[in-house]
Design a protein around this ligand. Structure first.
Ligand code: GAR
Length: 207
């Protein structure tokens, strides 16, 4: 089986994208990059891609007259990438159900909360506002709902009494940078198997 190709979708800073780049470059993740797709022409993620000669597709919402044409352009960019796996790494736009269906089982997302708690935006602040003692992050397959797809990996992070959104987000981020590359690696090594709502992780790849 050939090496898998991964496309990353990111809207901003792209530190999770960088974590994947680092693990591809050091050989931990057996894959090559198809491209970066971003909705934000000034995303710092673009600089990270350029530094590593990863091609960039900018599909900016404001370049299209309506959501429909924007979505068609996004789907086209995704199809043309020829990627086996699409990684949402801080991609801040909801994908339309049709798009998600078209790439079912090939799209994963990182979310800075222990799902199903605190889906959507500002998950870390939501966790603080709720008063939970354990926060964390989740990597999951993307389905048609918002942050409702099958869970691949989760890591807990203890909430401290003096945490702010920034301090908690920073500690969660350390685990995001471990878990997202690990999930990408497991996918690329064909070690994920879906059974009902459970994603089974196989220890070794069948040779
Ligand atoms: C990350 O914390 C990611 O979990 C979050 O956005 C941040 C992107 O940071 N994603 C979501 O909240 C998705 N709803 P990055 O651009 O440095 O990777």
């Amino acid at each position: 089986m050939g090496m898998k190709r991964i496309a990353v979708l990111a809207s901003g800073r792209g530190s999770n994208f960088q974590a994947i780049i680092d693990r591809v470059c050091d050989g931990t993740i057996p894959a090559e990059f198809a491209c970066l797709i971003t909705d934000n022409p000034s995303a710092y993620a673009i600089k990270r891609a350029e530094k590593h000669d990863i091609s960039v597709s900018v599909v900016s919402f404001s370049d299209y007259p309506d959501r429909e044409s924007y979505n068609q352009a996004l789907e086209k960019a995704m199809q043309e990438s020829g990627a086996d796996l699409f990684v949402l790494a801080g991609y801040m736009r909801l994908l339309k159900p049709e798009t998600v269906r078209g790439f079912a089982g090939k799209m994963i997302n990182i979310h800075p909360a222990l799902l199903p708690s605190f889906s959507g935006l500002h998950a870390q602040q939501q966790a603080l506002d709720y008063g939970v003692k354990i926060a964390g992050c989740t990597v999951h397959f993307v389905d048609e709902g918002m942050d409702t797809g099958l869970i691949i990996l989760q890591y807990p992070v203890v909430v401290l009494s003096d945490d702010t959104e920034e301090s908690l987000a920073a500690r969660i981020m350390e685990f995001e940078h471990l878990s997202l590359p690990l999930a990408v690696k497991l996918f690329c090594e064909d070690r994920l198997e879906v059974s009902g709502r459970t994603v089974i992780i196989h220890d070794h790849q069948d040779e």
